[in-house]
Design a protein around this ligand. Structure first.
Ligand SMILES: NC(=O)c1ccc[n+]([C@@H]2O[C@H](COP(=O)([O-])OP(=O)(O)OC[C@H]3O[C@@H](n4cnc5c(N)ncnc54)[C@H](O)[C@@H]3O)[C@@H](O)[C@H]2O)c1
Length: 291
């Protein structure tokens, strides 16, 4: 297998910005690609802020920060991913969008390049289908916030080669992450529980049983969670939660996975969580979680 030196990240949103930080921190050259220049701008601001805090807290030297930022580029041109040995996609949770992206990447990237999808609910086999290198596509599901959480759920599609999966596993460890193996199944491990759980929380709010702050307090104090579900949903992005619900409900038909009406109303109002500055709570939209 060709050594991985340059990592492409597609999608500079909530997950892509964090995954790019993980790769830059681990010493890889990073090319962050997004069709939306605002997402790239915001990711750059967040990254600089995150690394500045890391230096302040003694988690990173100034020299490492400078080297990481010097090897970190961002672009709106797909062709700029031509030198990447691995590309991790974190674009919208939509099968057609991901399939289209992989097929386009196949034309741009060298033969050896591994493609990884950060999908939460879609099938790796279906995302890879028709892209032209189905044997070189793996699932790498990072957890939110990627720059702080070590877990990556890794899965193979039906056509993924064993050698490629092994190389992607080694790459994941070299990123400083801790992979676990799962089947190519909707929601893998974490979202199988989390999507319906978070929807139950939203329905509880909708029914007027408790306020978001009180639900979060109950879950943290009573169950020992570090983060409450409303805080987590704001971090996930309420628009992303809707896409997760649609994808998950589409394959499982589980009514608990259908997007609750309150969630849809909040998204229609532009209350997307941290990324828009307002969700269940209010935020500085340019601040990176954990920075
Ligand atoms: N948010 C989470 O908690 C979370 C956790 C784990 C995995 N994921 C998965 O990560 C992926 C991204 O989720 P997110 O929350 O970061 O979304 P997001 O909406 O915050 O960001 C998505 C970004 O992708 C860009 N994009 C969309 N289509 C594109 C294309 N064709 N080419 C290039 N860029 C494109 C958008 O402009 C946007 O900046 C999804 O597959 C999601 O299921 C999300």
């Amino acid at each position: 297998m060709t050594e991985i030196r340059t990592v492409g990240v597609c999608g500079a949103g909530t997950m892509g910005a964090g995954i790019a930080i993980v790769a830059a921190r681990a010493g890889y050259a990073v090319v962050l690609y997004d069709t939306n220049a605002d997402s790239l701008e915001r990711a750059a601001t967040q990254t600089e802020g995150f690394f500045a805090k890391s230096v302040e807290r003694g988690k990173m030297t100034e020299a490492d920060r400078d080297a990481a930022l010097a090897a970190y580029t961002r672009t709106t041109k797909l062709d700029d991913l031509a030198a990447c040995d691995a590309v991790i996609e974190a674009v919208f949770e939509n099968l057609e969008v991901k399939r289209g992206l992989l097929a386009a990447l196949h034309k741009v990237c060298p033969e050896h390049t591994i493609f990884a999808s950060n999908t939460s609910t879609l099938s790796i086999t279906e995302i890879a289908g028709g892209c032209g290198r189905e044997d070189r596509v793996v699932g790498m599901h990072f957890c939110l916030p990627a720059q702080l959480m070590k877990l990556v759920e890794m899965s193979s599609g039906l056509n993924t080669s064993e050698a490629v999966f092994a190389a992607a596993w080694a790459f994941c460890e070299a990123l400083g992450q801790r992979p676990v193996k799962t089947k190519d199944a909707p929601g893998f491990i974490l979202n199988y529980f989390l999507v319906p759980f978070n929807n139950d929380v939203i329905r509880l709010i909708e029914a007027g049983v408790a306020e978001p702050a009180d639900i979060d307090k109950a879950i943290k104090v009573g169950m020992g969670y570090k983060m409450g579900p409303c805080e987590l949903l704001d971090l996930v992005g309420l628009d992303t939660q809707v896409l997760l619900c649609e994808a998950f409900h589409g394959v499982t038909s589980d009514p608990r996975c259908a997007a609750p009406p309150l969630l849809k109303r909040m998204v229609a109002a532009g209350h997307l969580g941290r990324k828009s500055g307002r969700g269940f709570f209010t935020y500085d939209r340019n601040a990176m979680y954990g920075a």
